[in-house]
Each structure stands twice: as C-alpha cells, then as structure tokens.
Design a protein. Sequence first.
Length: 105
Amino acid sequence: MLMTTTSTIEGRPVQEYLGVVNAQSIIGANFLKDILAGLRDVFGGRSKTYEKVLEQAKEDALRELAEKAQAMGANGIIGIDLDFETVGGGGSMMMVIATGTAVKI
C-alpha cells in the first residue's frame, strides 16, 4: 500500500478515486507515565514516554487506515492528514486521527 501526505504520486497516476477513509487510535497513558512526564515538565527535556505512546497511536491509526482502504479495493492513499489531540478527564488519553483518500494507482 502506497501512502503519502501529497495529493499525487509522481509517475503513478490515479486511475480511480475510491473515497475518503479515516481511522482513530486512542491510547491512555498510565499513572506512572504521567508522573514521569510531570517530572520532565519541572526539570525540562523531552518526554520519551509520551513520544513512544504517540508513535504507537500514530502507527495504529495508519495501519487501520490502510486496512480500510484495502477493503475498498485501494492500493494507495493520498493526501493523508494526521491530527493529534488529548481527550478524557484532564487530557489523560491521546488520540490520533488519520484521514486520506483511497485510490487505485
């Protein structure tokens, strides 16, 4: 499955547009991760803990996006957009939304 954030794929013309696909992934950070991230807020630096959680959520959303596009008969997704949000009480969960256009190339 070819996936890109651009609206075209150089040298691979779109034969058919199959429609918009989207997928969401919501991952909660546990209590210990929240404490460690809080320490990073106080002392500064990057929070590898949250970076790993966000990366996992992104990969899950993109995998689901590809599965949905394949189910439509697509072999590519163009114009992918990724949105990151916090949800839940106190922003305790992280959500990644992936949207794109399923195509046959």
